[in-house]
Design a protein around this ligand. Structure first.
Ligand SMILES: NC(=O)c1ccc[n+]([C@@H]2O[C@H](COP(=O)([O-])OP(=O)(O)OC[C@H]3O[C@@H](n4cnc5c(N)ncnc54)[C@H](OP(=O)(O)O)[C@@H]3O)[C@@H](O)[C@H]2O)c1
Length: 289
């Protein structure tokens, strides 16, 4: 049995679907099964649990051999530590953890809180005695869905990173690597850096979208203070402050790390990572006026 956390979310949802398509028995973890819209089937169990409430985790892990582990924002370190401790108790054999490439810039927690939260989470897993695989993706291509409403309405994308080249990665590739790590031998003790095949700035990503849509699109750089206000509508203050400080660092020093192209998707999947043009083509309806 494979437990999938974040099963109603972006990467975890794709991991769940791919595992089911490959014929594996899966257990989907969600805080609210009534809200989750899973396709029912004999291969699927759904469990109500909360990574912030450790007392809910033993039942979720009962009879589980492998876990796909993700958690969010400022909760990353504590939520992952809860799951890892419960998994060790339950005799879980292998955990595949979603981390971030930013861990590599996490030396100073004050400059890179996001990387630091993930590093603490990675360390808890490495020290647990449970076999592990760590996935360190660069920024997700799907973050650009945040541009959809303004692209549709005004032909404008707004963001803080107009000119920092980033080898952003397709979440479908992250999920495919996670599934390989969960279901094949030989991935234990490995850290995979997951990037797209090309480093593109925000402006260049928008140009790709514009050419597919046949529209002239404009990038408007948003000062970090305004970006912070926008984020506060969706996330906790602690998470937002961590992300903003990390963005400041990325704008100043991060282009080497975020522009780097990793061979790991090619190595694990035996094919090149999906390009941003492919991701954009497959999600174009979100941007059509
Ligand atoms: N976005 C990026 O560019 C980027 C870059 C590098 C790394 N990452 C990593 O990827 C993660 C985001 O992955 P994603 O896009 O797949 O996330 P997502 O779709 O936003 O995740 C939402 C999921 O989190 C679950 N969740 C939230 N709080 C929970 C709790 N207390 N207990 C259990 N489950 C909880 C939700 O489950 P329910 O609501 O069903 O309970 C839902 O399935 C980040 O946290 C980071 O670690 C992201």
């Amino acid at each position: 049995m494979i437990l999938v956390t974040g099963a109603t979310g972006n990467v975890g949802g794709k991991v769940l679907s791919l595992l089911r398509a490959d014929g594996h028995k899966v257990r989907a973890l969600t805080r609210d099964p009534a809200k989750a819209a899973f396709d029912a089937g004999a291969d699927l169990e759904v469990v109500a649990a909360d990574l912030g409430r450790p007392e809910t985790l033993p039942a979720a892990l009962d009879g589980v051999q492998k876990v796909f582990l993700m958690s969010l924002g400022a909760n990353k370190a504590t939520h992952d530590a809860h799951l890892v401790a419960a998994a060790r108790e339950a005799g879980v054999e292998h955990i595949v953890q979603l981390s971030t490439l930013g861990v590599e810039m996490a030396e100073d927690p004050k400059k890179n809180p996001l990387g630091h939260w993930h590093r603490v989470a990675e360390d808890a897993l490495r020290e647990s005695g449970v076999a592990w695989t760590i996935l360190r993706p660069n920024g997700f291509m799907s973050m650009n869905l945040g541009w959809a409403a303004s692209v549709k309405a005004e032909g404008v994308a707004r963001g803080p990173l107009a000119d920092v080249p980033e080898a952003i990665v397709d979440p479908r590739d992250i999920a495919e690597v996670a599934v390989r790590a969960l279901t094949e031998e030989g991935h234990e003790g490995r850290v995979y850096e997951l990037t797209g095949p090309q480093a593109l700035t925000g402006r260049e990503q928008l140009a790709v979208l514009g050419s597919l849509l046949g529209r002239d699109l404009r990038f408007e750089t948003v000062p970090l203070a305004a970006h912070r206000e926008m984020m506060l509508r969706h996330f906790s203050e602690e998470t937002v402050n961590g992300v903003i400080t990390t963005l400041e660092e990325a704008i100043e020093h991060g282009s080497e790390l975020h522009g780097r192209l990793s061979p790991d998707i090619q190595r694990v999947l035996g094919r090149a990572p999906r390009s941003f043009a492919t991701w954009a083509h497959d999600h174009l309806d979100f941007y059509r006026a």
